[in-house]
Design a protein around this ligand. Structure first.
Ligand code: ADP
Ligand code: MG
Length: 255
C-alpha cells in the first residue's frame, strides 16, 4: 500500500510562561493512500496541531513529516505553500466560506488562485457542487444556506482542485445529527468513489461510528490506533485514557 503521509516521532511544543507545553509528544503515524481515518480525542489532546502539521500549515519542533515520501522539513516555504494549494484540501469546523461569494464562487476560489482557465473552472465547479448534491444552490450566498449545506459547499471547495488529501478539523461539530450523518456519508462516498484520502479530527461519536480506522490522542500522545468494523459495530471503543479536560493527479510528487 502507498503511504501518503508519514509522521515520524513528531513533537510540537509551544512556550508557556517559563517552560513549554507539548501539544504533541513523540507522535508517529502512517496514512495510506485512500484511507478514511479519524484522529479522535478530547479538546486539547493535540488533534488540530497534528492536522496543521500534516497540512504544512505548521512545522514540528522535532521529528519529520513526509508526504508521498518527501520530507516537508526540507522544503522551502514557497514549496510548502504550493503543496498546500495543489495537493491538500481543508474543511473547518466553522465552514470558513466567504460570505459575499456565492456557493459557486467559494468553490471556484482555489482554482482562481491556481490560475486555472475560466472554462475549466466552470466545469470543475459544476462537477464539485453536483458531487455534494448542491448543483441547485450554486448561486446562493452562504447566508441563504443551512449549516449542513454550507459544510457541503466547504467539502466541494476542498476537493475541486483534485487534492491528494482532505484534512477536516472537527467537520461535524457545528451540525445537528441529521446534517452530521449526511455529511459523513457524503465524505465516505467521495472517499470510496474518488479514492480520495480523508483525515479528520473529531470527538464526535457519530463520525467515529462510520470510520474504519481511529487514532486516539490523549495529552498529545497516540494511545490507540485501531481498525474498526463500522457497519457491524455501532458502539465504538471508549477512549482508554484521558486526564485532561487512477490517480496520478492524487500523488504528491511533482510531475
Ligand atoms: P485539540 O485540537 O485536540 O483541541 P490542539 O491541537 O488545539 O488540541 O491543542 C493541543 C494543546 O496545545 C492545548 O493544550 C493547546 O492549548 C496547546 N496549543 C495549541 N496551539 C497552541 C499555540 N499556538 N500556542 C500555545 N499553545 C497551543
Ligand atoms: Mg482542535
Amino acid at each position: 500500500m502507498d503511504i501518503l503521509a508519514s509522521v515520524e516521532a513528531v513533537s510540537r511544543s509551544f512556550p508557556l510562561d517559563h517552560s513549554r507545553v507539548f501539544a504533541l509528544d513523540n507522535v508517529s503515524l502512517r496514512v495510506e493512500l485512500g484511507e478514511f481515518l479519524a484522529i479522535a480525542g478530547p479538546s486539547g489532546s493535540g488533534k488540530s496541531t497534528l492536522l496543521n502539521l500534516i497540512g504544512c500549515i505548521d512545522r514540528p519542533t522535532s521529528g519529520r513529516i513526509l508526504l508521498s515520501g518527501a520530507d516537508t522539513g526540507a522544503m522551502k516555504p514557497e514549496r510548502l505553500a504550493e503543496l498546500r494549494r495543489e495537493k491538500i484540501g481543508f474543511v473547518f469546523q466553522t465552514f470558513n466560506l466567504i460570505p459575499v461569494f456565492t456557493a459557486a464562487e467559494n468553490v471556484e476560489f482555489p482554482l482562481l488562485v491556481q490560475g486555472v482557465a475560466a472554462g475549466e473552472r466552470r466545469r470543475r465547479v459544476a462537477t464539485a457542487l453536483a458531487s455534494v448534491g448542491l448543483a441547485a444552490r450554486a448561486h446562493h450566498r452562504p447566508d441563504l444556506l443551512s449549516g449542513g449545506e454550507r459544510q457541503r459547499v466547504a467539502v466541494a471547495r476542498a476537493i475541486v482542485h483534485r487534492p491528494a488529501l482532505v484534512l477536516a478539523d472537527e467537520p461535524t461539530a457545528n451540525l445537528d445529527t441529521n446534517n452530521a450523518t449526511q455529511l459523513i456519508e457524503l465524505m465516505r462516498n467521495l472517499n470510496r468513489s474518488l479514492g480520495l484520502t480523508f483525515l479528520f479530527s473529531t470527538h464526535d461519536q457519530r463520525l467515529l461510528e462510520h470510520t474504519p480506522r481511529i487514532v486516539r490522542l490523549c495529552d498529545g500522545r497516540v494511545v490507540e490506533d485501531a481498525q474498526t468494523t463500522p457497519t457491524c459495530n455501532p458502539e465504538p471503543p471508549v477512549a482508554p485514557c484521558c486526564n485532561k479536560g487512477s490517480l496520478p493527479e492524487f500523488a504528491f510528487a511533482r510531475s
